[in-house]
Design a protein around this ligand. Structure first.
Ligand SMILES: Cc1cc2nc3c(=O)[nH]c(=O)nc-3n(C[C@H](O)[C@H](O)[C@H](O)COP(=O)(O)OP(=O)(O)OC[C@H]3O[C@@H](n4cnc5c(N)ncnc54)[C@H](O)[C@@H]3O)c2cc1C
Length: 393
């Protein structure tokens, strides 16, 4: 396994409890420092098909895409997850926690169990990964959105071509803005509308469930849509002061939004705004495995002999705060496949490709729907602009 981010760690922890399986996990970062607050989807710990499908936006897609036995098998696997790991998952679906606390808890759990995993601290190159592969090994690339091996899963003569194995849909450019508020604060669609009523251009949209009160402080995260030109002119991350000086219109919108929260609940912002500018990309690897190497009969190459699979953001990336949950779910499926030691390699890769494709359909539809709803929301007080965005037969 190359890459011990949340997905590589979860997959390692799942495989650690699998008979006849030992894991070699390599990670280049010496410590876990990412403090952004994330939340996992409740479907990760669902114990029935009904509770698995409770998501407002993709409940129906789940039914349309997956066959009932597939869902039942996935839920049965969830029930079999070791209690120490299951307890962590349960906790993360209840509220927010910093990304590095997920990473540290998983990493500590793997170390505390003390068996079946060898860990290496190193930057792994594609050549390193290939040279490590022995008969009977499975190589998993969980190195994130700038995947180490994604482009190499297509057997080209010469060097791999950048992006040759990726389908990318750029949905928008956005500022992800996070702040802490000293009172309980919750937000639904009515609240998003009312608090943005005087913001014609830059509407701050806290994601549903993106506000979280932990007893003393509310964590609020949301996004503001910006143009490609604005995106280019901004640094990767900055604070409220930079925003006020360099993008005063966005800052004013934030101030209006926050003033309305204060009027309602008489609290104060604690500290400053934390702002990251990101392109919101929805992408997938066209090939999430090396099945094309196997089909090409390239037994002269390590990728023509052993299975190689992408996991987490290496395989699929999606915006709107859903990616870790998707990566965790895909890791559960992959752990089940690896555990079936009598499964032929070709069959294993085909099943993984099909599953990843179904997950892609699901997240593609969900993300497009969220984007569409956001677009309509941006024009909600302008009927003509709104009608321009509606395509009705
Ligand atoms: C601002 C922001 C907010 C977000 N909020 C949320 C949220 O609320 N909910 C959510 O679900 N998702 C969220 N996400 C997305 C989420 O962070 C990613 O989906 C998640 O981190 C992907 O996990 P991963 O393990 O696949 O990859 P990563 O987290 O990228 O981990 C990859 C690991 O591989 C290691 N690595 C890379 N290359 C090598 C190499 N050559 N050798 C050795 N190690 C290597 C890296 O150091 C890293 O530890 C957010 C993303 C951003 C940018």
């Amino acid at each position: 396994m190359v890459g011990a981010g949340p997905v590589g760690l979860l997959l390692t922890a799942l495989l650690q409890s699998t008979e006849d399986c030992s894991v070699h996990l390599s990670e280049k970062r010496p410590e876990y420092t990412r403090t952004r607050m994330v939340q996992l989807a409740p479907y990760l710990v669902a114990d029935s098909v009904e509770s698995y499908r409770t998501d407002d936006i993709d409940g129906d897609s789940v039914e349309a895409i997956f066959d009932p036995p597939e869902l039942e098998d996935a839920l049965a696997y969830r029930q079999s997850i070791a209690p120490d790991l299951a307890a962590l998952l349960q906790g993360w679906t209840l509220g927010f926690c910093p990304l590095n606390s997920i990473e540290r808890s998983l990493s500590d759990l793997i170390d505390a169990r003390g068996h079946g995993v060898e860990r290496t601290s190193a930057v792994v190159t594609a050549e390193d990964a290939m040279s490590m592969l022995e008969p009977g090994d499975v190589l998993v690339d969980s190195t994130g959105s700038r995947s180490l091996l994604r482009d190499r899963l297509i057997p080209n003569p010469g060097e791999p071509v950048d992006g040759q194995n990726t389908v990318n849909v750029r949905l928008e450019y956005a500022l992800v803005i996070t702040f802490l508020y000293g009172q309980p604060y919750d937000c639904n669609e009515y609240c998003k509308y009312y608090k943005n009523k005087e913001n014609p251009r830059y509407k701050f949209i806290p994601m549903v469930h993106r506000t979280h009160y932990d007893g003393a402080v509310s964590h609020v995260t949301g996004i503001v849509n910006i143009s490609a030109e604005e995106y280019e002119a901004m640094p990767t991350r900055f604070d409220g002061e930079w925003l006020r000086e360099n993008a005063p219109d966005v800052a004013q919108s934030m101030d209006r939004f926050i003033d309305k929260i204060k009027q309602e609940t008489q609290g104060e912002i604690l500290g400053d705004l934390e702002i990251v500018r990101i392109p919101l990309d929805l992408y997938r690897a066209r090939n999430a495995t090396n099945r094309r190497w196997l089909a090409a009969g390239r037994s002269d190459h390590p990728f023509g002999r052993s299975p190689v699979l992408l996991a987490g953001d290496s395989a699929i990336g999606s915006p709107y705060f859903q990616s870790i949950s998707l990566g965790f779910e895909n890791a559960m499926f992959l752990a089940r496949l690896v555990a079936q030691r009598d499964l032929a390699v070709g069959e294993m890769l085909d099943r993984y490709e099909l599953y990843i494709y179904k997950q892609w359909l699901r997240v593609y539809m969900r993300s497009k729907m969220i984007k569409h709803n956001k677009d309509l929301f941006e024009s909600i007080d302008d009927p003509l602009a709104l009608l321009d965005k509606l395509h009705i037969y």
